[in-house]
Design a protein. Structure first.
Length: 311
């Protein structure tokens, strides 16, 4: 079998990196066939120290490199792509934990030579906070949504694999982007090559959801900006998700009429906690996305949308 490269961009990921590296060492795929590349993207914590220390004693082929020119996960992934030697390039993130058979299963998707990209399954890492429960309930970051996108399916970089040839024909991620680069690359592949994207359900990764309102805001504000950038690049018109007068009406109705009833049901153990707060939390992420869209349209258009090709 051709070589396999696993690429992980990391920015201040010291907290969760050990669990990810342990999961890599537990992979059932023959370790001689896999190289793991951690790309430290200007972290200010112990990311580089942890990865380098782990590499000295690990039973896997682990390399830690730096991307110091551009602060951004897509630039970091590109640095990993240039460093890699594998014919199949797998991507995940520092806040994820792959199942032991992740690599073995996702690679099986390439048995069809017409497949250029394989999306795995992203499940929620068990959480205890309300926001983690909400993210799991809403399927945030689930491929159920991205693979059924209204414009064209795409795989998220938390759990995806590409043939190396895709980066030769389609180009790398756009380093100038801070969000939306996964959809952009997938769409370029499907538009310009004969390759297709498939879903390998048994290639499972657990993803840690946001635990604070600030982190959730940053996530969905970024999604809102991505919608504008994807419109610029591909002409996809995102539907308007937030009607402010109606949303205010929904919030007032929930607070004075629905909330007391739902809270009673929760205390009677007839519904889970997340269902009590589902409506206002859904409105919150829609508001965050709308803010990101407005900011991108008015202030933050991407200047550099150039594409570099792999030789």
């Amino acid at each position: 079998m051709a070589g396999i490269s696993v690429i992980v961009p990391v920015y201040n990921g010291a907290r969760h990196l050990p669990a990810l590296l342990d999961a890599f060492e537990a992979q059932t795929q023959d370790p001689a066939q896999v190289e793991y590349i951690i790309v430290n993207n200007k972290s200010r914590d112990r990311t580089s120290e942890i990865a380098s220390s782990y590499a000295k004693t690990a039973k896997i082929n682990l390399t830690c490199i730096d991307e110091n020119d551009i602060q951004g996960s897509y630039a970091a992934r590109n640095k990993g792509i240039h460093t890699s030697r594998g014919e199949f390039l797998l991507f995940t993130d520092a806040d994820c934990v792959p199942h032991p058979d992740w690599i073995k299963n996702i690679i099986q998707g390439f048995e069809n030579p017409n497949v250029g990209a394989v999306a795995g399954t992203i499940l929620p890492y068990p959480g205890t906070t309300l926001l983690e429960e909400f993210a799991a309930h809403a399927g945030i970051l689930s491929h159920v949504h991205s693979l059924n996108h209204a414009y064209m399916p795409f795989a998220q970089t938390a759990n995806v694999a590409f043939r190396r040839d895709v980066f030769r024909k389609t180009g790398l991620f756009r380093s100038g982007l801070r969000t939306g680069g996964d959809a952009d690359l997938n769409w370029r592949m499907q538009k310009t090559t004969g390759y297709k994207l498939i879903h390998q359900e048994n290639a499972v990764i657990l993803h840690r959801h946001r635990r604070s309102f600030r982190d959730l805001y940053e996530q969905f504000e970024r999604y809102g900006r991505a919608a504008v950038y994807l419109d610029d690049m591909h002409g996809w018109k995102a539907p308007r998700e937030l009607d402010f007068p109606y949303s205010f009406y929904q919030l007032v109705t929930w607070l004075f009429f629905k909330y007391p009833v739902l809270l009673t049901k929760y205390h009677a153990a007839s519904i889970p906690r997340v269902e009590v707060y589902l409506e206002p939390l859904t409105l919150y992420i829609k508001l965050c996305s709308a803010i990101g869209t407005a900011k991108a349209r008015q202030l933050e258009r991407v200047n550099d949308l150039s594409i570099e090709y792999l030789s």
